[in-house]
Design a protein around this ligand. Structure first.
Ligand code: PLP
Length: 382
Protein backbone atom coordinates (compact mmCIF):
# COMPACT_ATOMS: atom_id res chain seq x y z
CA UNK A 1 0.00 0.00 0.00
CA UNK A 2 2.30 2.66 -1.35
CA UNK A 3 1.69 6.12 -2.75
CA UNK A 4 -0.99 6.48 -5.43
CA UNK A 5 -0.07 7.69 -8.93
CA UNK A 6 0.37 11.47 -9.40
CA UNK A 7 -3.29 11.57 -10.49
CA UNK A 8 -4.25 9.90 -7.22
CA UNK A 9 -4.97 6.46 -8.71
CA UNK A 10 -4.67 3.03 -7.16
CA UNK A 11 -4.67 0.94 -10.33
CA UNK A 12 -7.78 2.06 -12.19
CA UNK A 13 -9.47 3.44 -9.03
CA UNK A 14 -9.32 6.75 -7.18
CA UNK A 15 -8.65 10.07 -8.89
CA UNK A 16 -10.13 13.51 -8.31
CA UNK A 17 -13.64 14.08 -9.64
CA UNK A 18 -14.61 17.40 -8.06
CA UNK A 19 -16.10 20.78 -9.05
CA UNK A 20 -13.52 23.26 -10.38
CA UNK A 21 -13.71 25.38 -7.22
CA UNK A 22 -12.33 22.45 -5.21
CA UNK A 23 -9.39 21.56 -7.45
CA UNK A 24 -7.03 24.17 -5.92
CA UNK A 25 -8.18 23.16 -2.42
CA UNK A 26 -7.36 19.49 -3.12
CA UNK A 27 -4.01 20.49 -4.62
CA UNK A 28 -3.16 22.66 -1.60
CA UNK A 29 -4.15 19.88 0.75
CA UNK A 30 -1.99 17.37 -1.09
CA UNK A 31 1.03 19.71 -1.03
CA UNK A 32 0.51 20.51 2.66
CA UNK A 33 0.08 16.84 3.59
CA UNK A 34 3.19 15.86 1.64
CA UNK A 35 5.25 18.57 3.37
CA UNK A 36 3.86 17.78 6.83
CA UNK A 37 4.30 14.03 6.48
CA UNK A 38 7.96 14.59 5.63
CA UNK A 39 8.41 17.04 8.52
CA UNK A 40 9.79 15.41 11.69
CA UNK A 41 8.32 18.22 13.85
CA UNK A 42 4.79 17.55 12.52
CA UNK A 43 5.19 13.80 12.99
CA UNK A 44 6.49 14.28 16.54
CA UNK A 45 3.58 16.58 17.46
CA UNK A 46 1.05 14.13 15.97
CA UNK A 47 2.61 11.14 17.73
CA UNK A 48 2.74 13.05 21.01
CA UNK A 49 -0.95 14.02 20.90
CA UNK A 50 -2.00 10.49 19.90
CA UNK A 51 0.00 9.15 22.85
CA UNK A 52 -0.76 11.66 25.62
CA UNK A 53 -4.31 12.62 24.61
CA UNK A 54 -5.48 9.74 22.44
CA UNK A 55 -4.13 6.89 24.56
CA UNK A 56 -1.89 5.19 21.99
CA UNK A 57 -0.53 2.62 21.58
CA UNK A 58 -3.72 0.59 21.81
CA UNK A 59 -3.04 -2.94 23.09
CA UNK A 60 -3.50 -6.26 21.34
CA UNK A 61 -5.68 -8.57 23.43
CA UNK A 62 -5.58 -12.35 23.16
CA UNK A 63 -9.11 -13.79 23.41
CA UNK A 64 -8.73 -17.09 25.27
CA UNK A 65 -12.38 -18.03 25.73
CA UNK A 66 -13.38 -17.13 22.19
CA UNK A 67 -10.32 -18.99 20.85
CA UNK A 68 -11.28 -22.13 22.83
CA UNK A 69 -14.85 -21.91 21.53
CA UNK A 70 -13.84 -21.45 17.89
CA UNK A 71 -10.69 -23.56 17.58
CA UNK A 72 -9.01 -20.46 16.12
CA UNK A 73 -6.45 -18.30 17.97
CA UNK A 74 -8.06 -14.84 18.09
CA UNK A 75 -6.30 -11.55 18.80
CA UNK A 76 -8.00 -8.15 18.87
CA UNK A 77 -6.36 -4.82 18.06
CA UNK A 78 -8.09 -2.60 20.62
CA UNK A 79 -8.94 0.66 18.85
CA UNK A 80 -12.04 0.70 21.06
CA UNK A 81 -9.76 1.84 23.90
CA UNK A 82 -8.77 5.08 22.16
CA UNK A 83 -10.04 8.43 23.46
CA UNK A 84 -13.56 8.99 22.02
CA UNK A 85 -14.01 5.25 21.52
CA UNK A 86 -12.80 4.41 18.02
CA UNK A 87 -10.01 4.56 15.46
CA UNK A 88 -11.49 7.76 14.02
CA UNK A 89 -9.45 9.92 16.41
CA UNK A 90 -6.17 8.93 14.65
CA UNK A 91 -7.23 10.51 11.37
CA UNK A 92 -8.94 13.51 12.91
CA UNK A 93 -5.98 14.61 15.02
CA UNK A 94 -3.84 14.38 11.86
CA UNK A 95 -6.27 16.39 9.73
CA UNK A 96 -6.96 19.11 12.30
CA UNK A 97 -3.21 19.61 12.80
CA UNK A 98 -2.93 20.00 9.02
CA UNK A 99 -5.87 22.43 8.94
CA UNK A 100 -4.18 24.54 11.60
CA UNK A 101 -0.95 24.48 9.56
CA UNK A 102 -2.94 25.73 6.55
CA UNK A 103 -4.40 28.60 8.59
CA UNK A 104 -7.98 27.29 8.42
CA UNK A 105 -10.26 28.30 11.27
CA UNK A 106 -13.32 26.17 10.55
CA UNK A 107 -13.86 22.43 10.10
CA UNK A 108 -16.76 20.66 8.43
CA UNK A 109 -17.28 16.91 8.64
CA UNK A 110 -19.83 14.22 7.88
CA UNK A 111 -20.68 11.37 10.18
CA UNK A 112 -22.69 8.14 10.08
CA UNK A 113 -22.36 6.37 13.40
CA UNK A 114 -21.28 9.63 14.96
CA UNK A 115 -17.80 8.40 15.93
CA UNK A 116 -16.05 10.50 13.28
CA UNK A 117 -18.23 13.46 14.27
CA UNK A 118 -17.38 13.02 17.95
CA UNK A 119 -13.67 12.70 17.15
CA UNK A 120 -13.83 15.85 14.99
CA UNK A 121 -15.75 17.83 17.62
CA UNK A 122 -13.18 16.69 20.19
CA UNK A 123 -10.17 17.81 18.14
CA UNK A 124 -11.86 21.14 17.34
CA UNK A 125 -12.41 21.72 21.07
CA UNK A 126 -8.76 20.82 21.68
CA UNK A 127 -7.44 23.23 19.04
CA UNK A 128 -10.13 25.96 19.32
CA UNK A 129 -11.57 25.51 15.81
CA UNK A 130 -15.17 26.11 14.76
CA UNK A 131 -16.90 22.81 13.93
CA UNK A 132 -19.97 21.82 11.93
CA UNK A 133 -20.98 18.19 11.48
CA UNK A 134 -23.51 16.95 8.91
CA UNK A 135 -25.43 13.81 9.83
CA UNK A 136 -28.37 12.05 8.14
CA UNK A 137 -31.66 12.39 10.01
CA UNK A 138 -31.96 8.59 10.32
CA UNK A 139 -28.52 8.42 11.94
CA UNK A 140 -29.34 11.37 14.23
CA UNK A 141 -32.18 9.23 15.59
CA UNK A 142 -30.26 5.96 15.96
CA UNK A 143 -27.11 7.59 17.35
CA UNK A 144 -28.69 10.13 19.72
CA UNK A 145 -25.96 9.64 22.31
CA UNK A 146 -23.24 10.71 19.88
CA UNK A 147 -25.29 13.72 18.72
CA UNK A 148 -25.45 14.88 22.34
CA UNK A 149 -21.72 14.30 22.79
CA UNK A 150 -20.91 16.42 19.71
CA UNK A 151 -23.10 19.28 20.92
CA UNK A 152 -21.56 19.04 24.39
CA UNK A 153 -18.14 19.39 22.76
CA UNK A 154 -19.26 22.62 21.11
CA UNK A 155 -19.99 21.41 17.56
CA UNK A 156 -23.01 22.36 15.50
CA UNK A 157 -24.79 19.20 14.28
CA UNK A 158 -26.91 19.67 11.18
CA UNK A 159 -29.42 16.87 10.43
CA UNK A 160 -29.56 16.08 6.69
CA UNK A 161 -33.06 15.39 5.34
CA UNK A 162 -32.25 14.60 1.68
CA UNK A 163 -32.02 11.15 0.05
CA UNK A 164 -31.86 8.17 2.37
CA UNK A 165 -30.96 10.57 5.25
CA UNK A 166 -27.83 8.56 6.06
CA UNK A 167 -24.06 8.81 5.52
CA UNK A 168 -24.01 9.30 1.72
CA UNK A 169 -26.34 12.31 2.04
CA UNK A 170 -24.26 13.76 4.88
CA UNK A 171 -21.16 13.56 2.65
CA UNK A 172 -23.05 15.45 -0.11
CA UNK A 173 -23.94 18.26 2.30
CA UNK A 174 -20.45 18.50 3.80
CA UNK A 175 -18.96 18.77 0.28
CA UNK A 176 -21.50 21.45 -0.65
CA UNK A 177 -20.54 23.45 2.46
CA UNK A 178 -16.83 23.07 1.65
CA UNK A 179 -17.33 24.34 -1.94
CA UNK A 180 -18.89 27.53 -0.52
CA UNK A 181 -16.43 28.13 2.34
CA UNK A 182 -13.15 26.71 1.10
CA UNK A 183 -11.10 29.85 1.95
CA UNK A 184 -11.55 29.40 5.70
CA UNK A 185 -12.70 25.80 6.00
CA UNK A 186 -11.08 22.38 5.94
CA UNK A 187 -13.26 19.36 5.14
CA UNK A 188 -12.25 16.67 7.62
CA UNK A 189 -13.31 13.57 5.67
CA UNK A 190 -13.80 10.51 7.86
CA UNK A 191 -12.64 7.61 5.74
CA UNK A 192 -10.34 6.50 2.92
CA UNK A 193 -12.68 7.87 0.28
CA UNK A 194 -13.30 11.13 -1.58
CA UNK A 195 -10.99 12.90 -4.03
CA UNK A 196 -7.19 12.58 -4.00
CA UNK A 197 -5.39 13.09 -1.58
CA UNK A 198 -8.01 11.96 0.97
CA UNK A 199 -7.87 8.15 0.45
CA UNK A 200 -4.07 8.20 0.65
CA UNK A 201 -3.84 10.77 3.45
CA UNK A 202 -6.44 9.10 5.67
CA UNK A 203 -4.76 5.70 5.16
CA UNK A 204 -1.45 7.20 6.20
CA UNK A 205 -3.03 8.66 9.35
CA UNK A 206 -4.51 5.22 10.12
CA UNK A 207 -1.32 3.31 9.27
CA UNK A 208 -0.36 3.59 12.95
CA UNK A 209 -2.88 0.79 13.68
CA UNK A 210 -1.13 -1.68 11.37
CA UNK A 211 2.41 -0.64 12.32
CA UNK A 212 1.67 -1.10 16.03
CA UNK A 213 -0.27 -4.33 15.48
CA UNK A 214 2.52 -5.94 13.44
CA UNK A 215 5.12 -5.27 16.15
CA UNK A 216 2.69 -6.44 18.86
CA UNK A 217 1.88 -9.67 16.98
CA UNK A 218 5.57 -10.39 16.51
CA UNK A 219 6.04 -9.94 20.28
CA UNK A 220 3.04 -12.12 21.24
CA UNK A 221 3.14 -14.77 18.50
CA UNK A 222 6.74 -14.58 17.34
CA UNK A 223 5.39 -14.30 13.79
CA UNK A 224 2.65 -12.67 11.74
CA UNK A 225 -0.97 -13.79 12.11
CA UNK A 226 -2.38 -16.01 9.34
CA UNK A 227 -5.37 -13.74 8.76
CA UNK A 228 -6.05 -10.05 9.42
CA UNK A 229 -9.73 -9.07 9.37
CA UNK A 230 -11.51 -5.72 9.65
CA UNK A 231 -14.92 -4.27 8.85
CA UNK A 232 -15.27 -2.02 5.80
CA UNK A 233 -17.52 0.99 5.51
CA UNK A 234 -15.47 3.56 3.62
CA UNK A 235 -12.57 1.37 4.67
CA UNK A 236 -10.28 3.43 6.93
CA UNK A 237 -9.84 1.07 9.87
CA UNK A 238 -9.28 -1.80 7.43
CA UNK A 239 -6.77 0.24 5.40
CA UNK A 240 -4.97 1.16 8.61
CA UNK A 241 -4.50 -2.39 9.84
CA UNK A 242 -3.93 -3.86 6.34
CA UNK A 243 -1.08 -1.44 5.71
CA UNK A 244 0.95 -3.11 8.47
CA UNK A 245 0.54 -6.57 6.91
CA UNK A 246 0.26 -6.06 3.16
CA UNK A 247 3.95 -6.93 2.78
CA UNK A 248 3.59 -10.17 4.79
CA UNK A 249 2.02 -13.52 3.96
CA UNK A 250 -1.10 -12.75 6.03
CA UNK A 251 -4.45 -13.13 4.31
CA UNK A 252 -6.37 -9.83 4.39
CA UNK A 253 -10.15 -10.01 4.82
CA UNK A 254 -12.47 -6.99 4.67
CA UNK A 255 -16.00 -7.49 5.97
CA UNK A 256 -18.90 -5.53 4.50
CA UNK A 257 -22.58 -5.47 5.51
CA UNK A 258 -24.71 -7.63 3.19
CA UNK A 259 -26.97 -4.64 2.45
CA UNK A 260 -24.05 -2.35 1.63
CA UNK A 261 -21.53 -4.66 0.02
CA UNK A 262 -19.94 -2.20 -2.42
CA UNK A 263 -17.15 -4.60 -3.34
CA UNK A 264 -19.32 -7.72 -3.19
CA UNK A 265 -22.17 -6.33 -5.30
CA UNK A 266 -21.01 -2.99 -6.68
CA UNK A 267 -19.73 -1.99 -10.10
CA UNK A 268 -17.13 0.68 -10.90
CA UNK A 269 -18.48 4.22 -10.85
CA UNK A 270 -17.75 7.69 -9.51
CA UNK A 271 -19.10 8.88 -6.18
CA UNK A 272 -18.00 11.62 -3.81
CA UNK A 273 -14.98 12.58 -5.86
CA UNK A 274 -13.36 9.26 -6.73
CA UNK A 275 -13.80 6.13 -8.84
CA UNK A 276 -14.48 2.93 -6.97
CA UNK A 277 -16.95 0.09 -6.59
CA UNK A 278 -20.39 1.49 -6.00
CA UNK A 279 -23.92 0.15 -5.54
CA UNK A 280 -25.80 1.53 -8.55
CA UNK A 281 -28.70 0.68 -10.80
CA UNK A 282 -28.56 0.05 -14.57
CA UNK A 283 -28.77 3.83 -15.20
CA UNK A 284 -25.84 4.62 -12.89
CA UNK A 285 -28.06 5.98 -10.11
CA UNK A 286 -26.61 5.35 -6.67
CA UNK A 287 -28.56 2.67 -4.80
CA UNK A 288 -29.29 3.00 -1.12
CA UNK A 289 -27.24 0.84 1.19
CA UNK A 290 -28.65 -0.78 4.30
CA UNK A 291 -26.80 -1.79 7.43
CA UNK A 292 -27.76 -2.22 11.05
CA UNK A 293 -24.66 -0.13 11.82
CA UNK A 294 -24.78 3.50 10.82
CA UNK A 295 -21.02 3.57 10.19
CA UNK A 296 -21.21 0.96 7.41
CA UNK A 297 -24.39 2.24 5.77
CA UNK A 298 -22.62 3.56 2.68
CA UNK A 299 -23.04 2.54 -1.00
CA UNK A 300 -19.38 3.05 -1.96
CA UNK A 301 -15.96 2.02 -0.67
CA UNK A 302 -12.50 3.59 -0.66
CA UNK A 303 -10.68 3.21 -4.01
CA UNK A 304 -7.64 1.42 -2.57
CA UNK A 305 -9.90 -1.40 -1.37
CA UNK A 306 -11.37 -1.66 -4.88
CA UNK A 307 -7.78 -1.98 -6.11
CA UNK A 308 -6.75 -4.55 -3.46
CA UNK A 309 -9.83 -6.61 -4.38
CA UNK A 310 -9.20 -6.38 -8.11
CA UNK A 311 -5.57 -7.56 -7.79
CA UNK A 312 -6.59 -10.31 -5.36
CA UNK A 313 -4.45 -9.07 -2.43
CA UNK A 314 -7.46 -8.70 -0.12
CA UNK A 315 -10.69 -10.65 0.02
CA UNK A 316 -14.05 -9.06 0.88
CA UNK A 317 -16.88 -10.96 2.56
CA UNK A 318 -20.41 -9.87 3.52
CA UNK A 319 -22.37 -10.65 6.70
CA UNK A 320 -26.04 -10.14 7.57
CA UNK A 321 -27.51 -7.98 10.35
CA UNK A 322 -28.58 -11.13 12.22
CA UNK A 323 -25.03 -12.50 12.18
CA UNK A 324 -23.78 -9.13 13.48
CA UNK A 325 -26.25 -9.10 16.38
CA UNK A 326 -25.14 -12.62 17.33
CA UNK A 327 -21.47 -11.60 17.17
CA UNK A 328 -22.16 -8.50 19.30
CA UNK A 329 -23.53 -10.81 22.01
CA UNK A 330 -20.86 -13.50 21.69
CA UNK A 331 -17.92 -11.11 22.16
CA UNK A 332 -19.68 -9.39 25.07
CA UNK A 333 -20.35 -12.65 26.91
CA UNK A 334 -17.15 -14.53 26.17
CA UNK A 335 -14.61 -11.74 26.48
CA UNK A 336 -16.28 -8.90 28.43
CA UNK A 337 -15.85 -6.59 25.44
CA UNK A 338 -18.95 -4.92 23.99
CA UNK A 339 -17.94 -4.08 20.41
CA UNK A 340 -19.38 -1.37 18.20
CA UNK A 341 -21.74 -2.83 15.60
CA UNK A 342 -19.18 -2.01 12.88
CA UNK A 343 -16.35 -4.29 14.09
CA UNK A 344 -19.00 -6.83 15.16
CA UNK A 345 -19.17 -7.43 11.38
CA UNK A 346 -15.58 -8.69 11.41
CA UNK A 347 -16.34 -10.89 14.43
CA UNK A 348 -19.44 -12.21 12.63
CA UNK A 349 -17.31 -13.25 9.66
CA UNK A 350 -14.88 -14.97 12.04
CA UNK A 351 -17.71 -16.95 13.70
CA UNK A 352 -18.87 -18.13 10.29
CA UNK A 353 -15.39 -18.86 8.90
CA UNK A 354 -14.00 -20.60 12.01
CA UNK A 355 -14.81 -24.21 10.97
CA UNK A 356 -12.72 -23.74 7.81
CA UNK A 357 -9.68 -22.16 9.51
CA UNK A 358 -9.16 -24.43 12.53
CA UNK A 359 -5.83 -23.96 14.29
CA UNK A 360 -5.01 -20.73 12.49
CA UNK A 361 -4.36 -17.32 14.04
CA UNK A 362 -6.63 -14.37 13.26
CA UNK A 363 -6.08 -10.72 14.17
CA UNK A 364 -9.32 -8.71 14.16
CA UNK A 365 -9.33 -4.93 14.25
CA UNK A 366 -11.79 -3.94 16.97
CA UNK A 367 -12.36 -0.46 15.54
CA UNK A 368 -14.66 0.88 18.25
CA UNK A 369 -16.62 0.21 21.40
CA UNK A 370 -20.32 -0.49 21.63
CA UNK A 371 -21.54 2.17 24.06
CA UNK A 372 -23.10 4.12 21.19
CA UNK A 373 -25.03 1.02 20.06
CA UNK A 374 -26.36 -0.21 23.38
CA UNK A 375 -29.69 1.69 23.15
CA UNK A 376 -30.26 0.37 19.60
CA UNK A 377 -29.48 -3.20 20.71
CA UNK A 378 -31.70 -2.82 23.77
CA UNK A 379 -34.63 -2.10 21.43
CA UNK A 380 -33.77 -5.04 19.17
CA UNK A 381 -33.02 -7.60 21.85
CA UNK A 382 -35.70 -6.47 24.31
C1 PLP B 1 -16.31 2.03 15.23
C2 PLP B 1 -16.36 2.19 13.74
N1 PLP B 1 -15.78 1.28 12.95
C3 PLP B 1 -15.79 1.37 11.62
C4 PLP B 1 -16.44 2.42 10.98
C5 PLP B 1 -16.45 2.42 9.49
O1 PLP B 1 -15.53 3.31 8.93
P1 PLP B 1 -14.23 2.80 8.19
O2 PLP B 1 -14.66 1.74 7.22
O3 PLP B 1 -13.72 4.03 7.53
O4 PLP B 1 -13.28 2.27 9.21
C6 PLP B 1 -17.06 3.41 11.74
C7 PLP B 1 -17.73 4.54 11.11
O5 PLP B 1 -18.42 5.32 11.68
C8 PLP B 1 -17.03 3.29 13.17
O6 PLP B 1 -17.62 4.19 13.96
Amino acid sequence: MGEPSPAGRFGQFGGRFVPETLVPACEDLEAEFRAAWGDPAFRAELDGILRDYGGRPSPVTECHRLSDRLGVRVLLKREDLNHTGSHKINNVIGQTLLARRMGKTRIVAETGAGQHGVATATACALFGLECKVYMGEVDVARQALNVFRMRLLGAEVEPVVSGSRTLKDAVNEAMRDWVATVETTHYCLGSVMGPHPYPWMVREFQRVIGDEARAQCLAVLGRDPDVVAACVGGGSNAAGIFSGFVGTGAELVGVEPAGGAAIGRGIPGVVHGSKSFLLQDEYGQVLEAHSISAGLDYPGVGPEHAHLASIGRARYEAVTDDEVVAAFQVLSRLEGIIPALEPAHAIAWLLRAAPGIQGRTVLVNLSGRGDKDVAQMMERLG
